[in-house]
Design a protein around this ligand. Sequence first.
Ligand code: FRU
Length: 459
Amino acid sequence: MDLRHRPQYHFLPLANWMNDPNGLIQWDGVYHLFYQHHPHGPGWADMHWGHATSRDLVHWTHQPIALAPTPGGPDADGVFSGCAIDHDGVPTLVYTGVRPEVQCLATSDDELIVWQKSPRNPVIAGPPEGLDVTGFRDPYVWREDDGWYMVLGSGIRGQGGMVMLYRSADLYEWEYLGPLIEGRIDETGHNWECPNFLPLGDRHLLLFSPQPFRQAHYYLGEYAEHRFSPEAHGLLDYGGLYYAPQAFMDEGGRCVCFGWLLEGRTEAAYRAAGWAGVQSLPRELTLAPDGSLQQRPVIELEALRRDVVHIANRSLEGETRLDDVAGSCIELCVELDPQDAGQVGLTVRASPDGDEATTILYDVERKELVVDSRAASLDPEAEGRRATAPLDLGDEPLALRVFVDESVIEVFANERICLTARVYPTRDDSVGVALVATGGSARLLSLDAWRMESIWSSR
Ligand code: FRU
């Protein structure tokens, strides 16, 4: 296996393929992260549920495979995505078995390590009669006063994606209540994957990942009488490499979300490397005072910070290389006042001669955050891109938190916008950081930079 480019503080399995986060739950204080996994190869195939546990959402312990396909069973062709719930004290996984797509249950009577599949699987044997669906998978289940509810990802052929709503008294017999929401094929694709539906403040949050796009959407809105009225819409991440997120409420009442970070290199390159797929940092989701969605990395990640460098109050014009700040595993916390500059931001993972670099720039006029990784690597197998996100700063300074972790660059802007890039620099000295102001001068209000400790090193 090729260890180059492997993140040090983002979760990934020891080897091979990973995609969606699954079954996120905190149980007796312990966080459980399950994930779509091919344990025998670096490409998507033969889906299993991998498993890891943590006490702080940051440091993880690899656990044995939780679910594997059962030959001859309803999941013989794959154990697809799903969720974890507390069924009156019994840890329970609800997932899609393939093929055709059906819904299944598994329970554990130990520390959530060993799982037994229900002999009554599948508990939902197929889509409702008369519906011509494009998909029927990825159950997300919660409890209300009058029973269990489930959303499933789906779509109506020729029309668009859809989220289906089901109800059950016992998790075994399910009744289809109808669509919770439907999309238009020309706007949000033909099939919606991985719906999540949960309360956030006084609103409800719906997450879904529409095919064929590699984007995770959200709606915030009102949920009453089992009807959802969406009010606000956006993307959880604008980088085009963050997909199929799962959010859950932890024991402290925090809404925490992980998403799958796709590779930004060719399939030949990740197959040769022997590993593919990374989980995003755990993000806490909250509502801003104006009711909009906020995302910030969970506070526990601050435990990884080492060797702070602090710089404040500097005028910027052009590119200002920071001699004291460099690295391939760092966090940067930067506040910039654009003043009369047209663009302001920074470059990371930059080589001394500028042959390789990734830029993170705010465009004042366009009110856009731009992350450009097209020059991140000289390797033709690396697929750099220019990604943009809408960001209206109003009177606020630009407040960036940038997490550089080998091949991952995860950017949080003003706690509102996230944009993740994957980069694969070829040169060992592509570790430089510079501040940038173009078309005028800007002011650096403050910068804090840390080296980030690996989550796998002993503490
Ligand atoms: C999303 C997805 C899900 C499915 C799983 C299969 O990335 O396609 O819809 O359950 O991955 O691995």
